[in-house]
Design a binder for this molecule. Structure first.
Ligand code: MLC
Ligand code: AMP
Length: 484
């Protein structure tokens, strides 16, 4: 691992995670599924902490470094962790939250570097390993519980399909509170004996400079990132463009996912780098489900077919499997599919059919054997820059502003973000609130990617005959605004 903190080997990982696991155990044999939250920037310490939790028999709950306190507080409330681990630079964000809940706060790097390693428990694979928070159509984000078996199945499927090997060298700048960064990149690299090079954050110039060294063999990102890289390339002088282009050409595989890859992005990337991006489809609850082939045709606008050990089918509204060529909702089954939503038996039961198929809520069609994603069943789930968000959660926050009486949040199709989060608000009679004030109000309470990029103040929201807000009409208002 080449990380912001230095260069590390498996031996270092075993040693440092063993010491930290021993501290976490506080003399016990096994954490026995206790949750340990951690707020640590992407890098070596993050990885060693994750392994420490696993080796002590705990469930790792990575927290997002971009999140404001109320979002972090929600994770602590819901996960009920036994301890929380912070990097010193982020301690301030957690100190009061942890103290108020009487949760011990442990700091890196001391946790990793001090003390002997005790005997650690033998953790059965079927036990929960990781809990990732994801937005849904109802309420606050839910914890998706993945077992070690789930993680193994997800990693093995990708290792097989994309021919991961120990000569691979992958660049990682994705946030490490999602499956994309954690499973597809970090864990797959470690599983395969490859080199994982971690950048502290995404900056287009940094990624291009690293690619230009011709060492990176694998690259994975979301469509917004590819779009940013393309824009940056065009800003450069000819020599830099040429060096960057040659570096990208030296890669063996470049993958896009987490949101629909716009065809113009796929084409521009191919024009610059010669790489036809391999688009795949996944979800926090299932890991990766569908993928274009490593060898063979990668059709633009399609995500290929089921990965190894993944069963996928399309069903109609009444749950009947539809034939090829008809649109339906994607259902997934297999060893990579999550165990449960944390402490939410009702939502877990509703998410699966009686035969164990997970209902993704995404619509697709199969044409000539390849799957094309058509969109989502719910207009209330949006994807912005690869981040899944619930418009209802943002609406709840906006409605709690004293000047707001009603609102509707929509995702306006956007070439950079996929869905551009926009809010239409109605203010109480006599009240005033500027767009910036409303945005700041949301920013103090929710993740930065949930903050509406645009706010329209209306005298009333468009409604249908039943009095229900018509979101397509709200969307039209923003589209009209952009063309004015
Ligand atoms: C940052 N901003 C975003 C945003 N990320 N707004 C909308 N959507 C996002 N995703 C905000 C910032 O807060 C800032 O607001 C403004 O946009 C510009 O910020 P930036 O500095 O330019 O953004 P940056 O930090 O560079 O982040 C952009 C990004 C990042 C695309 C690199 O969002 C990212 O890494 N996304 C990947 C997410 C991911 O890994 N998803 C996988 C989920 S798992 P302001 O107000 O300050 O100007 C999954 C399953 C699967 O989906 O299939 O993989
Ligand atoms: P998340 O819950 O953050 O894991 O997001 C999963 C969602 O991202 C899926 O349910 C899809 O809606 C979307 N998604 C992932 N990959 C793709 C893709 N290649 N094309 C379109 N949508 C995608």
């Amino acid at each position: 691992m080449i990380a912001p903190e230095g260069t590390f080997t498996y031996k270092d990982l075993i040693k440092e995670s063993g010491k930290a696991a021993t501290t976490l155990l506080t003399g016990r044999d096994d954490l026995a599924g206790e949750r340990i939250c951690y707020l640590v920037p992407p890098g070596w310490e993050y990885t060693a902490v994750q392994w420490a939790v696993w080796r002590a028999g705990g469930i790792g709950v990575p927290m997002a470094i971009s999140h404001p306190e109320p979002e972090l507080a929600w994770v602590l409330e819901d996960a009920q962790p036994e301890a929380v681990i912070a990097h010193p630079s982020l301690e301030e964000r957690l100190r009061v939250l942890a103290r108020d809940r009487q949760i011990p706060l442990l700091l890196t790097p001391a946790l990793l570097r001090n003390g002997p390693t005790a005997e650690l428990p033998a953790v059965e694979e079927t036990r929960p390993a990781l809990m990732l928070y994801t937005s849904g159509t109802t309420g606050k984000p839910k914890g998706v519980v993945l077992t070690h078996t789930n993680l193994r199945a997800q990693v093995e499927a990708l290792s097989d399909a994309w021919a991961w090997n120990e000569d691979d060298h992958i660049l990682l700048h994705l946030p490490l509170h999602h499956v994309h960064g954690i499973v597809n990149v970090l864990t797959s690299a470690l599983w395969n004996g490859a080199t994982c090079e971690i950048l502290p954050r995404f900056r287009a110039v940094d990624v291009w400079e690293r690619l230009a060294r011709c060492e990176v063999t694998l690259y994975m990102a979301v469509p917004t990132v590819y779009r940013r890289l393309i824009d940056q390339w065009y800003l450069m002088h000819p020599e830099a463009r040429e060096a960057w282009k040659q570096g990208a050409r030296a890669c063996r595989l470049m993958v896009s996912g987490s949101a629909a890859l716009p065809v113009p992005t796929l084409e521009s990337w191919e024009e610059i780098t010669g790489h036809r991006l391999l688009e795949r489809y996944g979800m926090t609850e299932i890991g990766m489900g569908l993928s274009n082939p490593l060898e063979g045709e990668r059709r633009s606008g399609f995500v290929g077919g089921p990965l190894p050990n993944v069963e996928a089918r399309l069903v109609s509204e009444d749950g009947i499997e539809v034939p090829e060529g008809s649109a339906g909702t994607i259902q997934i089954r297999g060893p990579g599919v999550f165990k449960e939503y944390w402490r939410r038996p009702k939502e877990t039961a509703e998410a699966f059919t009686s035969e164990g198929w997970f209902r993704t809520g995404d619509r697709a069609i199969v044409e000539d054997g390849s799957w094309r994603i058509l969109g989502r069943n719910s207009v209330d789930i949006l994807k912005t820059g690869g981040e899944k968000i619930s418009s209802l959660e943002i609406e709840d926050i906006l409605r709690s502003h004293p000047a707001v009486t009603d609102c509707a949040v929509v995702g306006v199709p956007d070439p950079e973000w996929g869905d551009r989060v926009c809010a239409a608000v109605v203010l109480r009679t006599g009240e005033v609130a500027s767009k910036e004030e409303l945005r700041n109000f949301v920013k103090d309470r929710l993740a930065p990617y949930k903050v509406p990029k645009d706010v329209l103040v209306l005298s009333e929201l468009p409604r249908n005959a039943m009095g229900k807000v018509t979101k397509p009409a709200v969307l039209d208002l923003f589209s009209a605004e952009n063309t004015e």
